[in-house]
Ligand binder design. Structure first.
Ligand code: CP3
Length: 351
């Protein structure tokens, strides 16, 4: 099925400002990536994933590819959350098919080796990428910047790789509490600087990805997820008072209400486990909701995809909503399924 012609209306920014748009604006987490053949071709031009992220011409092109192909309402800067540990001086590498590998932080000596403040020279290609994208992106399409939340970054910095339960960072936080707090504080400051630079370069909103927020009991969630994001939002708004922030505390579940009430984010990103009808009833209309189609429903296609989109559209009808997935696009997702998703979304068939 081909996508319908669609007139861009800058609806992403309208919704960000509290307006209701139907159909809602749409972008997808991990909209740039391996499921796109043009991404694969571009990716082959750089020897490593980090060099790819740090080459403005390539990163700008990766940012624009999904917008060009699908007509999304927003582009997200092509980079990775792990550029922050890299710019802090930690050794970061991406092994093909293995995910990230970092020299783990195990003790005070490892922490002491990190740069203070953040090495902005190392991140200057990211800023250049934003400037390049701005010259090439249609003014109707918003550009989103991002960073990883301190907790999620700490998970990778301590484990040195992807682990499902984040036991290494959780144990570190219990056993070496003061040191862990210092690491989180350092990451809060680095995130404020980094997001402020991104805004100065031209991004119109920023998303804070807290991919591993869901593994913590409440007191730990409050201290390591909620309070650091609250501090980033407050610090960023001291520098850019109208900074628009999307919080995405994946898996935060029943902590979502506290997170929304206290962090001051403009938009709450919902993962796929959250019932959109519950969210629409629970959150104040002043809070924009984003999400939350299951990436596996998108990968599966057909009826699960169509009903998933319809249920989300009808739940959020009449309130400010940005359509997205509940987590990133999976690498094996067929392109036709994204076209179908957009047809259902923009065909306006949800009544
Ligand atoms: O399109 C976009 O969303 C923008 C680019 C983007 C990437 N990573 C590119 C990427 C964004 C926003 C991220 C965020 C990110 N990176 C997160 C938070 C969101 C989430 O997915 O939970 C996390 C936890 C990371 C860390 C990371 N980067 C991992 C664990 C991996 C390996 C697993 C994987 O998906 O390959 C990466 C690599 C990565 N980041 C790729 C891309 C396109 C794949 C690298 C490749 O091309 O081989």
């Amino acid at each position: 099925m081909k996508s319908q012609p669609y007139v861009q209306t800058k609806s992403f920014l309208k919704v960000m400002n509290g307006e209701v748009c139907f159909p809602p604006p749409v972008w997808l987490m991990r909209q740039a990536g391996r499921y796109l053949p043009e991404y694969q071709a571009l990716r082959a031009k750089a020897p490593s994933f980090l060099e790819f992220c740090y080459t403005p011409e390539l990163a700008a092109e990766a940012t624009l590819q999904p917008v060009r192909r699908f007509g999304f309402d927003a582009a997200i800067l092509f980079s990775d959350i792990l550029v922050i540990p890299d710019a802090l001086g930690q050794k970061v590498a991406f092994e093909p098919n293995e995910g990230p590998k970092l020299d783990p932080i195990l003790a005070a000596e490892d922490f002491a080796k990190l740069n203070t403040p953040l090495d902005c020279g190392r991140l200057s290609p990211v800023i250049e990428t934003i400037q390049l994208v701005k010259t090439r992106l249609s003014p109707d399409i918003a550009l989103i910047g991002f960073c990883g939340a301190p907790w999620t970054l700490a998970c990778y910095m301590i484990a040195g790789k992807s682990v499902p339960d984040q036991a290494p960072a959780r144990l570190f936080a219990y056993r070496q509490r003061d040191l862990f707090q210092s690491l989180i504080d350092r990451l809060v400051q680095a995130s404020i600087d980094y997001l402020a630079w991104q805004i100065e370069a031209g991004v119109e909103a920023v998303q804070i990805f807290d991919t591993w927020a869901g593994v913590l009991p409440f007191a730990e969630f409050e201290r390591w997820c909620l309070m650091p994001v609250e501090a980033i939002v407050a610090g960023l708004r001291l520098r850019h008072k109208d900074a628009r922030v999307i919080g995405f505390p994946r898996g935060a579940d029943h902590h979502l209400m506290d997170f929304a009430a206290r962090t001051g984010v403009n938009v709450l990103g919902l993962d796929s486990t959250v019932d959109p009808r519950w969210a629409a009833k629970t959150f104040d209309r002043g809070l924009v909701l984003q999400g939350n189609l299951d990436p596996l429903a998108l990968a599966a296609g057909g009826l699960p995809l169509e009903t998933g989109v319809q249920q989300i559209l009808s739940a959020f009808r009449g309130r400010p909503h940005i359509f997205n997935l509940g987590h990133g696009v999976l690498p094996h997702t067929p392109i036709q399924h994204i076209e179908l998703m957009l047809d259902v979304l923009r065909g306006g068939s949800a009544k």
